[in-house]
Design a protein around this ligand. Sequence first.
Ligand code: FA5
Length: 347
Amino acid sequence: MRDQLEGILRELYEVRDRIKNADELETFRVKFLGRKGILREFAQSFKDATEEEKRTIGNHFNKVKQEVEDTLADLTEKFKKRERVRFDFTYPGKTPLVGYRHLMSLELERVKDIFASLGFSSYGGYEIVTEYENFDSLNIPKNHPARDMWDTLWIDQKEKGEDQTETEKTKYLFRTHTSAYQVKLLKEQGVPLRAIIPGKVFRHEATDRTHDFEFHQIEGLVIDEGANIAELKYVLESFYRAYFGKDLKIRLRPGYFPFVEPGLEVDLGCIFCKGKGCLTCKKTGFIEVAGAGMVHPSVLQESGIDPDSHYGYAFGLGLGRAVMLKYGISDIRLLHSADFRFIEQFR
Ligand code: FA5
């Protein structure tokens, strides 16, 4: 009988380390402590033992039984704890991080939709352009004072000395305005053309509430029969009315851009001071939102288009300025800051 008890103990040690969950523990309980379990069966046979055997074996049997019960109690507690963690419905859930589109991306889509409704197709352009595209092709030759208006971020290039090929001599820069794509687009698409070129532009300048060093422009370029300054004004006014969702007036005043003649500056009334003058509008009551004008004959010529038979107009809207006015954002630099307190307001 003693050997039998030793066998039961060995079996207990073998089995208990392999129990992995509550179901396996129940099988263990039935096997050792159930009505027809190993210990009950042993106890039955134990009934017929002599008094002497009962004394010596009884003690040993109790120890084995206690060991089985302790194993059962320990493992029951262990699995209960696991269950509690797995099924604690009061435990705060983890909010998954879901991405969303930035305000500027959303506004860009809105702007494209409005211009599509006015018959404009949208073209991407390039952020890195040649000196010719950004300046020369737009009637801004070397040493022309207008180049000073766009403090430029040049791409660093190694000087290769006398043997440089023409291509190697080409200077590249981050485009300072979306106008840089005008001539290339005209060469690619031909006329008539009714296009917008939305995209980022870059300037090497000191920033303030209405000036950033990286901002979005929407270039407009129309070369078509009947394109004239009245239509230009109509298109700009229609765009701003649709964008702001209300009837508003734009102010046009003479402006100088070498690639248009005549040239115009486009202003909207300042919403922050209602035209009284404040820090954002620099006390003028207006915020300049675009440059515009009739395409200069030299730009048409550069694009291979006869300036005697074709007219066109162009404009360059600052998208950030319009977004500021629409949402009451008093500092343009917030638009490309990584400040979540700002960005999250426009989800
Ligand atoms: C130009 O960039 C011309 N290419 C616009 C143009 C296109 C004129 C076609 C005629 C024909 P300007 O530098 O003024 O012009 O910029 C145009 C608009 O971009 C401004 O009216 C303003 O709304 C916005 N803008 C200009 N500089 C900044 C800046 N630093 N930060 C934010 N927005 C700016």
